[in-house]
Design a protein around this ligand. Structure first.
Ligand SMILES: NC(=O)c1ccc[n+]([C@@H]2O[C@H](COP(=O)([O-])OP(=O)(O)OC[C@H]3O[C@@H](n4cnc5c(N)ncnc54)[C@H](OP(=O)(O)O)[C@@H]3O)[C@@H](O)[C@H]2O)c1
Length: 227
Protein backbone atom coordinates (compact mmCIF):
# COMPACT_ATOMS: atom_id res chain seq x y z
CA UNK A 1 0.00 0.00 0.00
CA UNK A 2 2.97 2.31 -0.35
CA UNK A 3 4.94 3.44 -3.43
CA UNK A 4 8.08 1.63 -4.52
CA UNK A 5 10.54 3.89 -2.70
CA UNK A 6 14.14 4.68 -3.57
CA UNK A 7 16.38 6.63 -1.20
CA UNK A 8 19.10 8.62 -2.94
CA UNK A 9 21.95 10.72 -1.60
CA UNK A 10 25.67 11.41 -1.86
CA UNK A 11 28.00 11.23 1.12
CA UNK A 12 31.61 11.95 1.90
CA UNK A 13 33.94 9.10 2.83
CA UNK A 14 33.23 9.93 6.48
CA UNK A 15 29.48 9.81 5.99
CA UNK A 16 28.46 13.46 5.73
CA UNK A 17 25.74 14.80 3.43
CA UNK A 18 27.17 18.30 3.49
CA UNK A 19 29.78 20.39 5.23
CA UNK A 20 29.13 23.06 7.86
CA UNK A 21 29.90 26.07 5.66
CA UNK A 22 27.18 28.44 4.41
CA UNK A 23 27.57 27.16 0.84
CA UNK A 24 26.06 23.92 -0.38
CA UNK A 25 28.69 21.20 -0.75
CA UNK A 26 28.68 19.30 -4.04
CA UNK A 27 29.47 15.62 -3.43
CA UNK A 28 28.80 14.28 -6.90
CA UNK A 29 29.79 14.84 -10.52
CA UNK A 30 27.99 15.60 -13.80
CA UNK A 31 27.73 11.95 -14.85
CA UNK A 32 26.17 11.03 -11.55
CA UNK A 33 23.76 13.98 -11.66
CA UNK A 34 22.68 12.63 -15.04
CA UNK A 35 22.10 9.19 -13.49
CA UNK A 36 19.95 10.78 -10.78
CA UNK A 37 18.09 12.67 -13.52
CA UNK A 38 17.16 9.31 -15.06
CA UNK A 39 15.90 8.05 -11.69
CA UNK A 40 13.86 11.25 -11.31
CA UNK A 41 12.41 10.75 -14.78
CA UNK A 42 11.23 7.26 -13.78
CA UNK A 43 9.56 8.54 -10.59
CA UNK A 44 6.06 9.83 -9.90
CA UNK A 45 7.08 11.97 -6.92
CA UNK A 46 10.25 13.35 -5.30
CA UNK A 47 10.32 13.97 -1.55
CA UNK A 48 12.81 16.09 0.41
CA UNK A 49 12.67 17.45 3.95
CA UNK A 50 12.05 21.11 4.69
CA UNK A 51 15.65 21.39 5.91
CA UNK A 52 16.91 20.57 2.44
CA UNK A 53 14.52 23.10 0.88
CA UNK A 54 15.85 25.84 3.17
CA UNK A 55 19.51 24.90 2.81
CA UNK A 56 19.79 23.87 -0.85
CA UNK A 57 16.75 25.43 -2.55
CA UNK A 58 16.57 22.51 -5.04
CA UNK A 59 14.44 22.67 -8.20
CA UNK A 60 13.69 18.93 -8.15
CA UNK A 61 12.94 18.85 -11.89
CA UNK A 62 13.93 16.47 -14.67
CA UNK A 63 16.72 18.28 -16.55
CA UNK A 64 17.20 16.28 -19.75
CA UNK A 65 14.92 17.52 -22.58
CA UNK A 66 14.79 13.99 -24.02
CA UNK A 67 13.57 12.56 -20.72
CA UNK A 68 11.02 15.36 -20.41
CA UNK A 69 9.79 14.55 -23.95
CA UNK A 70 9.50 10.87 -23.09
CA UNK A 71 7.46 11.66 -20.00
CA UNK A 72 5.15 14.01 -21.88
CA UNK A 73 4.72 11.46 -24.69
CA UNK A 74 3.66 8.94 -22.06
CA UNK A 75 0.98 11.35 -20.80
CA UNK A 76 2.88 12.27 -17.66
CA UNK A 77 3.92 15.67 -16.35
CA UNK A 78 7.35 16.96 -17.42
CA UNK A 79 8.70 16.22 -13.95
CA UNK A 80 7.45 14.27 -10.96
CA UNK A 81 5.22 15.74 -8.28
CA UNK A 82 7.21 17.47 -5.50
CA UNK A 83 6.63 16.60 -1.85
CA UNK A 84 8.00 17.96 1.40
CA UNK A 85 7.33 17.59 5.12
CA UNK A 86 7.51 20.24 7.82
CA UNK A 87 6.53 20.84 11.43
CA UNK A 88 7.41 24.53 11.69
CA UNK A 89 6.16 25.58 8.23
CA UNK A 90 9.02 28.04 7.79
CA UNK A 91 9.01 27.74 4.04
CA UNK A 92 9.75 30.50 1.54
CA UNK A 93 7.05 30.76 -1.15
CA UNK A 94 9.77 32.01 -3.51
CA UNK A 95 11.80 28.80 -3.10
CA UNK A 96 12.39 26.86 -6.33
CA UNK A 97 10.34 24.00 -4.91
CA UNK A 98 7.24 26.22 -5.25
CA UNK A 99 8.09 28.41 -8.22
CA UNK A 100 9.67 25.98 -10.70
CA UNK A 101 7.85 23.34 -12.69
CA UNK A 102 4.21 22.89 -13.68
CA UNK A 103 3.75 19.96 -11.32
CA UNK A 104 1.76 19.29 -8.18
CA UNK A 105 3.49 20.34 -4.96
CA UNK A 106 2.42 18.72 -1.70
CA UNK A 107 3.40 19.90 1.77
CA UNK A 108 2.67 17.48 4.63
CA UNK A 109 2.58 19.57 7.74
CA UNK A 110 2.50 18.73 11.44
CA UNK A 111 -0.74 19.69 13.25
CA UNK A 112 0.02 23.15 14.67
CA UNK A 113 1.78 24.36 11.55
CA UNK A 114 -1.03 23.69 9.07
CA UNK A 115 -2.73 27.10 9.24
CA UNK A 116 0.63 28.84 9.10
CA UNK A 117 1.67 26.76 6.10
CA UNK A 118 -1.60 27.41 4.24
CA UNK A 119 -1.20 31.15 4.83
CA UNK A 120 2.38 31.12 3.58
CA UNK A 121 2.39 28.74 0.67
CA UNK A 122 -1.22 27.70 0.17
CA UNK A 123 -1.39 29.46 -3.21
CA UNK A 124 1.43 27.46 -4.73
CA UNK A 125 1.12 24.10 -2.99
CA UNK A 126 -1.42 21.75 -1.44
CA UNK A 127 -0.94 21.74 2.33
CA UNK A 128 -2.00 18.49 3.98
CA UNK A 129 -2.43 17.93 7.69
CA UNK A 130 -0.03 15.06 8.27
CA UNK A 131 -0.62 14.62 12.01
CA UNK A 132 1.86 15.46 14.71
CA UNK A 133 4.52 14.46 14.09
CA UNK A 134 3.99 13.71 10.46
CA UNK A 135 4.20 9.96 10.00
CA UNK A 136 6.23 8.96 6.95
CA UNK A 137 4.19 5.77 6.73
CA UNK A 138 1.01 7.85 6.51
CA UNK A 139 2.65 10.13 3.91
CA UNK A 140 3.57 7.11 1.80
CA UNK A 141 0.07 5.66 2.07
CA UNK A 142 -1.47 9.00 1.10
CA UNK A 143 0.89 9.33 -1.88
CA UNK A 144 -0.11 5.84 -3.01
CA UNK A 145 -3.78 6.88 -2.82
CA UNK A 146 -2.89 9.85 -5.02
CA UNK A 147 -1.49 7.53 -7.67
CA UNK A 148 2.22 7.66 -6.81
CA UNK A 149 3.72 4.29 -7.67
CA UNK A 150 7.41 5.25 -7.57
CA UNK A 151 8.72 7.65 -4.93
CA UNK A 152 12.25 9.06 -4.90
CA UNK A 153 13.47 10.41 -1.54
CA UNK A 154 16.42 12.76 -1.96
CA UNK A 155 17.17 13.61 1.67
CA UNK A 156 18.17 15.12 3.94
CA UNK A 157 19.37 13.09 6.88
CA UNK A 158 16.34 13.58 9.14
CA UNK A 159 14.02 12.30 6.45
CA UNK A 160 16.31 9.47 5.32
CA UNK A 161 16.61 8.27 8.92
CA UNK A 162 12.83 7.96 9.26
CA UNK A 163 12.44 6.03 6.01
CA UNK A 164 15.19 3.64 7.07
CA UNK A 165 14.11 3.15 10.68
CA UNK A 166 10.49 2.63 9.67
CA UNK A 167 11.41 0.17 6.92
CA UNK A 168 9.68 2.26 4.25
CA UNK A 169 12.30 1.98 1.51
CA UNK A 170 12.81 -0.64 -1.19
CA UNK A 171 16.13 0.51 -2.60
CA UNK A 172 18.95 2.85 -1.66
CA UNK A 173 21.38 4.63 -3.97
CA UNK A 174 24.35 5.79 -1.93
CA UNK A 175 27.05 7.72 -3.79
CA UNK A 176 30.43 8.09 -2.12
CA UNK A 177 32.55 11.13 -2.88
CA UNK A 178 36.33 10.70 -2.76
CA UNK A 179 36.99 13.03 0.18
CA UNK A 180 36.28 13.55 3.86
CA UNK A 181 34.49 16.43 5.58
CA UNK A 182 35.92 15.89 9.06
CA UNK A 183 33.61 18.31 10.84
CA UNK A 184 31.01 16.96 13.28
CA UNK A 185 28.99 20.18 12.95
CA UNK A 186 28.06 19.03 9.44
CA UNK A 187 24.96 16.92 8.62
CA UNK A 188 25.49 13.21 8.76
CA UNK A 189 23.80 10.76 6.40
CA UNK A 190 21.60 9.42 9.24
CA UNK A 191 20.88 10.05 12.90
CA UNK A 192 20.94 7.41 15.63
CA UNK A 193 18.22 4.81 15.22
CA UNK A 194 17.31 1.15 15.28
CA UNK A 195 17.76 0.26 11.65
CA UNK A 196 16.50 -3.04 10.20
CA UNK A 197 19.86 -3.56 8.45
CA UNK A 198 22.38 -4.45 11.13
CA UNK A 199 25.48 -6.63 11.38
CA UNK A 200 23.38 -9.80 11.58
CA UNK A 201 20.78 -8.65 9.00
CA UNK A 202 22.71 -6.64 6.40
CA UNK A 203 21.29 -4.91 3.34
CA UNK A 204 21.84 -6.71 0.04
CA UNK A 205 24.34 -5.01 -2.26
CA UNK A 206 22.88 -5.09 -5.78
CA UNK A 207 25.47 -3.00 -7.58
CA UNK A 208 28.74 -1.15 -7.03
CA UNK A 209 29.70 1.11 -9.92
CA UNK A 210 32.43 3.69 -10.39
CA UNK A 211 31.04 6.85 -12.01
CA UNK A 212 34.10 8.97 -12.65
CA UNK A 213 35.56 9.80 -9.26
CA UNK A 214 32.52 8.72 -7.22
CA UNK A 215 31.15 5.26 -6.46
CA UNK A 216 27.49 4.29 -6.59
CA UNK A 217 26.43 1.63 -4.08
CA UNK A 218 22.96 0.30 -4.79
CA UNK A 219 21.31 -1.69 -2.01
CA UNK A 220 18.10 -3.70 -2.01
CA UNK A 221 16.16 -2.90 1.15
CA UNK A 222 13.09 -4.99 0.47
CA UNK A 223 12.07 -8.03 -1.51
CA UNK A 224 10.37 -5.70 -4.01
CA UNK A 225 13.80 -4.57 -5.28
CA UNK A 226 14.77 -6.60 -8.35
CA UNK A 227 18.22 -8.15 -8.49
N1 LIG B 1 24.38 14.97 -0.22
C1 LIG B 1 23.10 14.77 -0.53
O1 LIG B 1 22.78 13.92 -1.36
C2 LIG B 1 22.06 15.57 0.16
C3 LIG B 1 20.72 15.41 -0.20
C4 LIG B 1 19.76 16.15 0.50
C5 LIG B 1 20.14 17.00 1.52
N2 LIG B 1 21.46 17.12 1.83
C6 LIG B 1 21.87 17.95 2.95
O2 LIG B 1 21.20 17.52 4.12
C7 LIG B 1 21.04 18.65 4.97
C8 LIG B 1 19.61 18.72 5.40
O3 LIG B 1 19.31 17.58 6.17
P1 LIG B 1 18.43 17.75 7.48
O4 LIG B 1 18.43 16.43 8.14
O5 LIG B 1 18.89 18.93 8.23
O6 LIG B 1 17.02 18.16 6.88
P2 LIG B 1 15.88 17.38 6.08
O7 LIG B 1 15.85 15.92 6.39
O8 LIG B 1 15.96 17.78 4.63
O9 LIG B 1 14.62 18.11 6.68
C9 LIG B 1 14.39 18.07 8.06
C10 LIG B 1 13.14 18.90 8.31
O10 LIG B 1 12.03 18.27 7.66
C11 LIG B 1 10.89 18.39 8.48
N3 LIG B 1 10.53 17.06 8.94
C12 LIG B 1 11.26 15.93 8.86
N4 LIG B 1 10.57 14.89 9.36
C13 LIG B 1 9.38 15.40 9.76
C14 LIG B 1 8.22 14.82 10.35
N5 LIG B 1 8.15 13.50 10.60
N6 LIG B 1 7.18 15.64 10.64
C15 LIG B 1 7.22 16.97 10.36
N7 LIG B 1 8.30 17.55 9.79
C16 LIG B 1 9.35 16.78 9.50
C17 LIG B 1 11.27 19.32 9.62
O11 LIG B 1 11.03 20.61 9.09
P3 LIG B 1 10.74 21.92 9.93
O12 LIG B 1 12.04 22.25 10.59
O13 LIG B 1 10.33 22.90 8.88
O14 LIG B 1 9.65 21.62 10.90
C18 LIG B 1 12.76 19.02 9.76
O15 LIG B 1 13.46 20.07 10.40
C19 LIG B 1 21.49 19.86 4.21
O16 LIG B 1 22.79 20.20 4.62
C20 LIG B 1 21.50 19.38 2.77
O17 LIG B 1 22.47 20.04 1.99
C21 LIG B 1 22.42 16.44 1.16
Amino acid sequence: MRPYTTLSCAVSLDGYLDDASPERMILSNDADFDRVDQVRAESDAILVGAGTLRRDDPRLLVRSPDRVCDRLAAGRTASPMKVTVTERAELDPQAHFFTRGEVDKLVYCGGDGVDEARARIGRSATVIDGGRPVSMGAVCADLARRGVERLLVEGGGTVLTQFLVEGLADEMHLVMAPFLVGDSRARRFVDDGHFPWRRDSPAHLVEARAIGDVVLLRYALSERCPG
